[in-house]
Design a protein around this ligand. Structure first.
Ligand code: ATP
Length: 570
């Protein structure tokens, strides 16, 4: 919670004003029973109507003051809580932009969505209630007890005796509540996960006729959320009546003892009314406390989840580096690099050198570690051991900003955005001019197709526009990477959907680029012309060299090449 509270600093003024107004409300509330006692004892009992009128008017005036203070307090409390919510969402979103692959694996995407939206809303509500009644409730209980003591010590002791019992009970509820609400938020993550998976694979679900299975998954996740919510709410809903029951018992004891004191003339009727009034208000405050405890329980669970993301900054800051190196040429050197994920060694002692401006082909069976190797270059993942040099300097000496501006990755799963073709290409480098966008499209061998569209570069892509084929999408995403003028271009199986002719043209065009190009592929023909070919086998470097060298020295490479050649010819 500490980190969350630090977000209150810019809203100090709102908090201070809200708290001052809360004190006004508190003072009025505390004086009301005393004024009532005065009206009864000095006015009603003695038949003095003018005392009743004067103090009655004072009571009315004070009530209006409390009303105005309450409304204004709400306004400042809202200003404060909404402001903190806004800042939290902003920082969480920014933090996620710097997340490494491992961090995304640790906190899933649906969970991040829940944290940035729902968890922040929980915290906003908690902060609002804290400023509105959070301090007022305990302050009122303490001051009301003191006021009651000034009226009658004997009766007040009965009241004071009941308070610790309630506090222990409420603490127990708080501890249980935090556990329950943590589970509620986890179930919400699980439900979001099911919805996200279903929506992103909606065509697959229809194609495979898996609607019933998906509905069952949703029903289970939905029922899980309801069950945890019920548990948490049941806890809170039983706590409130139990507090009421206890406090009513205390009031009964007060009335019974107080009537005895009245009969013996040891107490004035107004004094008994005032003490009962304080007791009733304390009772009400305890019931508000129960509600507040529910919010604190829920807020604490949410705070822990939000802070987990915010505290990732330590990791991110470390990864971000603080180097002054601004320019990247593109020479890459791997020395004995190993990489581990989910407890498994994915890459083992990989070593190679890619000269600046050269083309490196990476080939190997599915799951051999090609994608993982590429992801180590822009530091989307962190290596376990070994050394990666960029232009002869340790990769970790570069700031993430410079590194990722110089290295362009075209991922295996192509991602286009809603918008025009032009916007999709210039997304790679905002500010790229028309000539640069067209040049990147030409280099990616997609310019001709774009120009054949009725809207040209203004054609809308996606649900409301043209749907591109797999190969067109691949080329568009290569254009998006090329418009950045990268020093290192990483193509992860990005030519797999192209026909042989287009692929050849594209590879030739890439060969003319001055950047270092890494291409992973299943087909040897896609990387045959590379200056260096890396053959991976279960995360190990099985062989490396040019196509001719590998044909000569590596039987496995030769066999694969022959079988692929036959496949093409047959
Ligand atoms: N997040 C992860 N957690 C654990 N293991 C992973 C993770 N991502 C990948 N792996 C494993 O790492 C190995 C290498 O995966 P990688 O995607 O790098 O292979 P690849 O050669 O690119 O495969 P493909 O040709 O199918 O794309 C695989 O065995 C895969 O199961």
């Amino acid at each position: 919670m500490k980190r969350i509270f630090s977000y209150a600093t810019p809203y100090k003024k709102s908090v201070v004003i809200a708290l001052l107004l809360m004190v006004v409300e508190l003072i009025v509330e505390l004086t009301q029973p005393i004024l009532m006692a005065k009206i009864i004892d000095d006015g009603i009992v003695t038949g003095d109507l003018s005392t009743v009128t004067i103090w009655g008017l004072v009571l009315l005036g004070l009530s209006f003051t409390a009303f105005a203070a309450g409304i204004t307090n709400s306004f400042y409390a809202a200003n404060f809580s909404q402001g903190v919510g806004h800042d939290l969402r902003r920082d969480l979103f920014e933090m996620v932009q710097y997340f490494t692959g491992d961090q995304f694996q640790r906190i899933s995407t649906p969970s991040l969505v829940t944290r940035i939206t729902n968890d922040v809303i929980q915290l906003q509500s908690l902060l609002f209630m804290l400023v509105r009644i959070g301090l007022r409730a305990p302050l009122f209980i303490i001051s009301a007890l003191i006021m009651a003591l000034t009226i009658d010590v004997r009766l007040s002791m009965i009241l004071i005796g009941g308070v610790p019992v309630f506090l222990v009970f409420l603490f127990f509820i708080l501890m249980k509540g935090v556990r329950y609400f943590k589970k509620v938020q986890e179930k919400l993550d699980a439900l979001n996960n099911v919805i996200r998976q279903n929506l992103s694979a909606v065509r697959l679900v229809k194609g495979f006729d898996r609607k019933d299975y998906e509905e069952e998954q949703f029903r289970t996740a939905n029922a899980g959320l309801v069950a945890e919510n019920k548990k948490a709410l049941w806890l809170m809903e039983t706590a409130m009546p139990m507090v009421m029951l206890g406090m009513n018992a205390v009031i009964l004891v007060l009335l019974w003892t107080g009537s005895g004191f009245l009969a013996f003339g040891n107490l004035q009727p107004g004094e008994l009314v005032a003490i009962i009034n304080y007791a009733t208000r304390i009772l009400f405050t305890f019931s508000v406390f129960t509600f507040l405890i529910m919010m604190v329980s829920r807020g604490q669970a949410s705070a822990a989840r939000v802070e987990e993301v915010l505290l990732s900054s330590v990791e991110t800051d470390r990864a971000a580096g603080s180097s002054a190196i601004e320019h990247v040429e593109g020479g890459i050197y791997f020395s004995d690099v190993s990489f581990r994920r989910g407890g498994h060694r994915i890459l083992n002692n990989i070593s190679f050198e890619a000269e600046n401006g050269s083309t490196v082909g990476i080939i190997g069976e599915t799951g051999s570690g090609k994608t993982s190797l590429l992801h180590l270059i822009p530091r989307l993942y962190e290596k376990e051991s070994g050394q990666i040099l960029l232009d002869g300097k340790d990769m970790e000496d570069y700031s993430l900003k410079v590194l990722r501006q110089s290295v362009s990755l075209v991922p295996q799963e192509v991602q286009l955005f809603s918008g025009t073709v032009r916007e999709n290409i210039s997304w790679g480098r905002p500010g790229a001019d028309e000539a640069e966008i067209r040049e990147a499209a030409a280099q990616a061998q997609i310019a001709e197709f774009i120009e054949s569209l009725p809207g040209g570069y203004d054609t809308q892509i996606g649900q409301k526009g043209v749907v591109f084929s797999g190969g067109q999408k691949q080329r568009l995403s290569i254009a998006r990477a090329l418009v950045r003028n990268p020093s290192v271009l990483l193509l992860d199986d990005s030519t797999s959907a192209l026909d042989a002719h287009t692929e050849k043209q594209l590879l030739k065009s890439l060969d003319d680029q001055s950047c270092t190009v890494f291409i992973t592929a299943q087909k040897i023909s896609s990387i045959q012309q590379a200056d260096l070919i890396l053959l991976l086998d279960q995360g190990r470097m099985a062989a490396k060299g040019t196509h001719e060298e590998l044909l000569e020295t590596n039987a496995y490479y030769r066999r694969v090449f022959e079988s692929q050649k036959e496949g093409v010819m047959s």
